[in-house]
Design a protein around this ligand. Structure first.
Ligand code: ACO
Length: 326
């Protein structure tokens, strides 16, 4: 049995932080940010809004789009690096708020979190251990940003995305998933204690060697896409859409070039959300579905990388799925 995406849902906070807002906070410019990253604006959670709140709203959108009730699912896997607390897990809080049942746990693989989460949930569903699973990526990264560090504060944003995973019906669904980790790159992106800032932000902060991560990312996105396609036995030429982690528009363009695919094959909505870590792939997938970029029978690749270093990819034969949410 193979598992398949049954629906996609998203939620982003109402608060918008534009490049022009950032110009007032650090020495930067809208032009620099747009040209170097492709980002125009990102969402920022309200002080009282938690990662769990975002995750619940995205899960409700995914359930609503599929016409499912929370009790129709029996597994929750949440990819996040910014849970509300060390424990209980965000997934348990989401479960309680939804009124769902079954095992629930978090997966921490930074920006590769959604790929790790969907790969694990796929094993549960395809083995019959779960009937239908909620797979969520949710982050409030702006709470661990130093808004005086122009190397990071222009890049990250908040958001959440979710999919319902269930048994494939037409022989489609998830064809392969590959996951990797190399802790020797752990010092390239990490979270360190920070100076507490206003509104509960900044108690910890992301530190990043942007240039080194950039070089790694452009190489690895192409490499792991080809690895996952080889495992699935799907030729690159038959891939309709690649949904990469949205870290930087230039990374996405470089990966397309390395793969030799047209830029239009790559999903790219980074202008509106920035890098939302484990939420970025489902957010980009949702926009692609809404834009009618996928038809049943199409092959797509979800691919990402992040702190760890971690990276991975999943190849999916699309069976058709509704999408909803803000
Ligand atoms: N505004 C204006 N100037 C800036 C800014 C800014 N916001 N940030 C850096 N600069 C300056 C630098 O100081 C530098 O100046 P210098 O040449 O005088 O020294 C110059 O711009 C170029 O700096 P670079 O760091 O080389 O800029 P780059 O083009 O690499 O862009 C960026 C920086 C956007 C961070 C890029 O490196 C990047 O996107 N890296 C990848 C990050 C990533 O993918 N992270 C994902 C993983 S995150 C996770 O897992 C949680």
């Amino acid at each position: 049995m193979q598992s398949s995406i049954k629906s996609v849902g998203t939620y982003v906070p109402d608060g918008v932080l534009t490049n022009f807002d950032l110009e007032k906070m650090v020495e930067t410019s809208d032009t620099w940010i747009r040209e170097r990253t492709g980002i125009k604006e990102r969402r920022i959670a309200a002080p009282t809004q938690t990662t769990t709140d975002l995750a619940v709203a995205a899960a409700q959108s995914a359930l609503g789009a599929a016409g499912l009730r929370p009790e129709d699912t029996d597994l929750i896997v949440l990819g996040t690096s910014t849970p509300d607390s060390f424990f209980p897990s965000g997934a348990s809080l989401v479960q309680q708020q939804l009124g769902a049942h079954g095992p629930a746990f978090d997966v921490q693989a930074a920006c590769t979190g959604f790929l790790y989460a969907i790969s694990i949930a796929d094993r549960f569903v395809s083995s019959g251990q779960a009937r239908q699973a909620l797979v969520i990526g949710a982050e409030t990264l702006t709470k661990i940003i130093n808004f005086k560090d122009r190397g990071t504060c222009v890049v990250f944003g908040d958001g959440a995305g979710a999919v319902v995973l269930g048994p494939a019906v037409n022989g489609g669904g998830i064809k392969s998933c590959v996951l990797h980790s190399d802790g020797s790159g752990g010092d390239l992106i990490y979270v360190a204690p920070g100076e507490p800032g206003p509104e509960g932000r900044g108690h910890a902060e992301i530190r990043m060697d942007g240039r080194k991560v950039f070089r790694f990312a452009t190489q690895i996105l192409a490499e792991v896409t080809l690895e996952a396609l080889a495992k699935a036995g799907v030729p690159l030429e038959s891939v309709r859409l690649i949904v990469p982690h949205q870290a930087n528009a230039r990374i996405i363009e470089a990966a397309a070039k390395k793969l030799g695919v047209a830029p239009g094959v790559m999903a790219n909505n980074i202008a509106w959300y920035g890098n939302t870590s484990s939420a970025s792939i489902p957010l980009a997938l949702k926009d692609a579905v809404v834009d009618n970029r996928l038809q049943p029978g199409d092959h797509l690749v979800l691919v990402g990388f992040g702190s760890g270093l971690t990276w991975g990819a999943c190849v999916i034969e699309w069976e058709g799925a509704p999408a909803g949410g803000a």
